[in-house]
Each structure stands twice: as C-alpha cells, then as structure tokens.
Design a protein around this ligand. Structure first.
Ligand code: ATP
Ligand code: MG
Length: 353
C-alpha cells in the first residue's frame, strides 16, 4: 500500500481512519497515528460530497467510482482539489470501506502520456507512406533536372536549378517525418546529458536565440544516460526553438533555463505494459514567454497542432516520439510565469532492451 502513488485509506463504520498509506499521509498533511484519531468528516470541508458518496456505498454494498469530486481539505488549507474516487466495502469487516483517491493532476498527466503515444503512432503510418512514395520519385526528378541542366542554354539554367532546390526542400520536409516512420529500436549509447544540453544551447544562442539568455541549472552528479545522441539533440532543439519562438525574436529579457535533476522517487505506469517504471532522470526546459494557448493544451503533442503561420505542428509530436522511444514521458506545465516542459527518463540498468 505504501508503494502506491495515490492515497489509500481504510475507514470504519463511523468514517474514522483505520489505515492510511504514505501517499494518504502526504495528501492529508498528517502522520498515520494522528490520522487514526480522526474521522474523515473532520478532515474534509463541511458538506463534502465525499461523505455522501461513502454513505451511498455503505447503503448499496457495492463499489463506486466517481469522477471529478471536489475534495477540499478544510484544515490544511489546500483549497480546491479535484480527484477521482474509488470506494468499496471491505468484505469480512464491520462496514469498513476502502477509499482510493486519484488526484486529477496525476490523471491528467497520464492522459497526456497516452495521447502522445497514440499521436506518434498515427503519424507513423503516414510517415512511412510519405517517405516511401515521395522520396523515391523525387530523387528521379532531381537527377533528371541535373541531366537537362547540361544541355540547357545559359539563360534557362536557373529554371532547372529551381527544380533542384525545391525538390531538396520537399526532401527535407519528408525527412522530418521519417523519424516517425521508423518503428525499429533506435541505437543507444551512454550519453552525457549535460554535454548534449550545452551543445543545444550553443546551437540555439548562435542561431534562432541570439536575443535570449540561456541559463543552466544542472545536477553535476547525474550519471550518463542511455540514449541516441542525435535524436535527443533533435528533440531538445525543438523544445528550445519553441521556447525561443514563444519569447519572440525582438523581446528583451527573454530567458530559457535548462535543468537536470535526479529524482529516485518518480515512476509512472507505462500504458502499453501496465508496468511501473522508475523515471529518475529529469530534464527541464523553462521559458519566460507568454505560455501555451489554452485551447492547444489538450492536443499539444499531436501532429499538425500549431499556432504559427509557418509552423508544421510536427515539432512536439516528434519530441513525444523521441521521448517515448527512450522509454520516457514528457509533461508540460505553467509554473510561476514560466512555461515548463519536463522530460522524465529511465535509468539504463533497469530498462529491458
Ligand atoms: N514553450 C512554448 N511556449 C508557448 N507555446 C508553445 C511552446 N511550445 C509549444 N508551444 C505551442 O505549441 C504549438 C505546437 O508546437 P510544435 O513545436 O509542435 O509546432 P510548431 O512550433 O507550431 O511548428 P514547427 O515545430 O513545425 O515549427 C506551437 O505552435 C505553440 O503554439
Ligand atoms: Mg516547434
């Protein structure tokens, strides 16, 4: 029970807490012993819908799942807290109940992971088609244009050069898709994430981010991670480029912060295998730009979602694909006036390859 990430409590027939796991202790802001002396009615705000729900479960005798209940905790002053609740009678006890609280923030994060995995898959099919059906004829067109060029009068040569340069542009676009089409495992090696982040901010500050201050907050004790360096750079560049574009090329005082941290306690359920994996490596990309438009948030990691006139909306879908190829997850949050993307990656010893 203590290993579970969500609060779990056992209540007796008067709604006194008989057992609380450690997530519940954290949630209610009190230790197990103190919780044991109290009834849930005292902890929750008066008139909490949860109490009604518990009465209902006792009367009905079966389990109930209720979504989006407001669990305002009165004494700890935490204010509004929306959670999904599972309550069930415990058999062989005198009307004891089991109560599982799934806070919404956690649910939303999990949804996001699911979404981007699906997104990457749906682009995958289209990407293989594109790469296959478009790139081959393009190389034929390019070759033919090059051949004609020799026999063309000088004045018309720019036309065949135009064909070549436009074909090259299409090839580059198709190549952006190719990352999605490749279902094979990417070759991985031990990579120093700090060296990679240095490289990315150097590229950014000499290219699209000349007006922006880059700040590093690294945990120097972080061991190397198992990753594909090129893909990782590609993903991080996309995140930093988005951050720079949000800040804007003319803005003064723009700042992008790259962080790393080791968090041994962090783990998630992988939807495909229903296994919990530890994701202790954290890479953060913060910017002080205006933030992500609200209406984009639910679909952020899906392809073709963009607010930019010339954007393809493939950047974050690609990032999601690269992160999931590395066995990790990505989340996005607005924190104290900053937009934050957080990538969580596994320890390499623990990964099944
Ligand atoms: N750091 C950020 N701050 C504010 N908005 C962001 C940030 N990152 C992403 N977005 C929003 O998410 C959208 C999708 O980003 P994504 O990288 O997938 O596509 P894009 O940047 O629009 O196009 P492309 O990456 O192909 O140039 C962006 O158009 C932007 O509105
Ligand atoms: Mg982008």
């Amino acid at each position: 029970m203590d290993a579970m990430p969500m609060p779990v409590v056992e209540l007796d027939r008067t709604n006194h807490i008989v057992f609380a796991n450690s997530a519940a202790e954290q949630h209610f802001g009190a230790g197990r012993l103190r919780l044991r002396e109290r009834a849930l009615d005292e902890i929750l705000a008066p008139g909490s819908p949860l109490i009604l729900l518990l009465d209902h479960v006792r009367a009905k005798g079966g389990s109930v799942t209720e979504y989006g209940i407001d669990l305002a905790v009165s004494k700890t002053g935490k204010g509004e807290l929306i959670a999904d609740i599972y309550a069930a009678p415990l058999i062989d006890t005198n009307k004891h109940l089991l109560l599982v609280i799934q806070p919404r923030a956690m649910m939303d994060k999990m949804n996001r992971q699911l979404t981007h995995r699906d997104a990457a898959r749906s682009v995958g099919a289209m990407a293989s088609m594109l790469a296959h059906e478009i790139k081959n004829p393009l190389s034929g067109i390019r070759g033919a244009a090059q051949l004609i060029e020799h026999s063309l009068p000088e004045a018309e040569k720019p036309l065949s050069m135009l064909i070549r340069s436009e074909v090259d542009r299409i090839v580059r676009l198709v190549e952006r898709f190719e990352v999605f089409s490749d279902g094979r495992p990417v070759p991985m090696a031990l990579v120093n994430i700090h060296e990679v982040l240095d490289h990315v901010s150097r590229l950014a500050s000499s290219g699209f981010g000349t007006n922006i201050a880059f700040e590093h907050r690294f945990d120097p004790s972080l061991p190397p991670i198992l990753a594909n360096r090129d893909r990782l750079i590609q993903a991080l560049l996309n995140l930093v480029k988005n951050a720079a574009e949000a800040i804007g090329p003319e803005t003064i005082g723009g700042r992008i912060t790259l962080t790393t941290a080791f968090r041994p306690g962090v783990s998630v359920v992988v939807p495909t295998s229903a296994q919990r994996v530890a994701l202790p490596f954290e890479v953060g990309i913060f910017d002080n730009g205006p933030g992500i438009p609200d209406h984009l948030l639910p679909h952020l990691f899906e392809p073709f979602v963009t607010s930019k006139a010339s954007g393809t909306g493939l950047g974050l879908a690609l990032v999601a694909k690269v992160v999931s190829d590395h066995g990790g997850v990505i989340e996005c949050e607005r924190l104290k006036g900053q937009t934050m993307f957080r990538i969580l990656l596994p320890m390499h010893q623990e990964r099944e390859r």
